[in-house]
Design a protein around this ligand. Structure first.
Ligand SMILES: [Zn+2]
Length: 305
């Protein structure tokens, strides 16, 4: 059995995978008390699931951040009570076994590369375009974490080949830099671009719907969005040359992404051939728990008695 845990700011979810088959799924509210309570809540979820299923399992956790290879502690987390703690070691001690962790975008990518929209592919780039813009890389169904745990974090690269208006209006990102890809390729960035040009607010999916309905200004904003998205992906294609790019997050529901992006990426990438498939995710919001479970192989789970 393989257990995946998705540790979120408001909820902790556990999933039990037997092969690719879901055997159990459970959610609890994330404790408000702090780090120690969060570890206990995850331990109790695993022990409760094992009692119900009558077996032991491997444990992987999707965390909002990364374990630093330098310190062994959580960094880059938006859930601040995790920062500075060796979460994998502490949960491992509580459960008396090894625990693996990966960030949300890496779990998303691993899930889609394992038994999702890119299940037959060797090299997969996963993109989560929601409030922000994350990315992850899977090669041969394994997460490529990187020497410092930041592989795939393309959202904080600068937008490639910026146009004059993009330079003039480039917003400052929370990371401190100006003109990050995430400032444009995200729900927040899309809505901000529309607000700047229309002088009114629409949610990201509303802008896409207005464009599809013939609204000229919304159409122009979406055209620029696709063009920026394509420039940003072309730089990934030139470095990684993935078989497939899988899109997740709230903006993955915009149907036109899948028809608009391929030709545009081809225009910017260094290849005369169609470079990479660009597809919608299969597992949606379940990618965190599923990818966390896939951090261990079936053979490793079978060896755990
Ligand atoms: Zn940034």
């Amino acid at each position: 059995m393989r257990f995946g845990i998705d540790l979120g700011g408001t909820k902790i979810e556990i999933l039990a995978l037997d092969g690719s088959r879901e055997r159990l799924r459970r959610r609890v509210a994330t404790p408000r008390g702090g780090y120690d309570e969060t570890i206990r809540a995850m331990r109790d979820l695993v022990l409760g699931a094992e009692q119900q299923l009558g077996c032991r399992g491997t444990v992987g956790v999707a965390i909002p951040g990364t374990i630093s290879t330098l310190t062994g502690n959580v960094k880059n987390a938006n859930s601040t009570n995790l920062i500075g703690h060796p979460l994998d070691k502490d949960l491992g001690s509580a459960l008396d076994r090894g625990v693996r962790t990966a960030n949300d975008a890496n779990c998303f990518t691993l899930s889609e590369a394992s038994d999702g929209a890119a299940a037959s592919d060797d090299i997969v780039f996963g993109v989560i375009v929601g409030t922000g813009c994350g990315g992850g890389i899977a090669v041969g169904r394994r997460v490529l974490g990187g020497a410092h745990g930041i592989a795939g974090e393309w959202g904080h690269n600068p937008l490639p080949a910026p146009r004059p208006r993009e330079i003039e209006t480039a917003p400052r990102c929370y990371c401190g830099r100006i003109g990050c890809i995430e400032s444009w390729i995200s729900g927040t960035g899309l809505a901000a671009d529309f607000r700047r040009r229309a002088g009114r607010d629409l949610p990201p999916n509303g802008i896409a719907a207005a464009a599809a309905g013939g609204d000229a200004l919304a159409g122009a904003v979406m055209e620029d969005f696709y063009d920026r998205f394509a420039r940003a992906l072309a730089s990934i294609v030139n470095v990684l040359d993935p078989d497939t790019i899988v899109i997740g997050g709230g903006l993955s529901n915009i149907d036109a992404i899948y028809s608009e992006l391929p030709a545009r990426v081809m225009q910017y990438a260094f290849t005369p051939e169609t470079p990479s498939r660009i597809v919608r995710n299969l597992h949606g919001d379940s990618s965190g728990v599923r990818g966390a479970a896939w951090l261990w192989s079936e053979a490793e789970a079978a060896a755990l008695k």
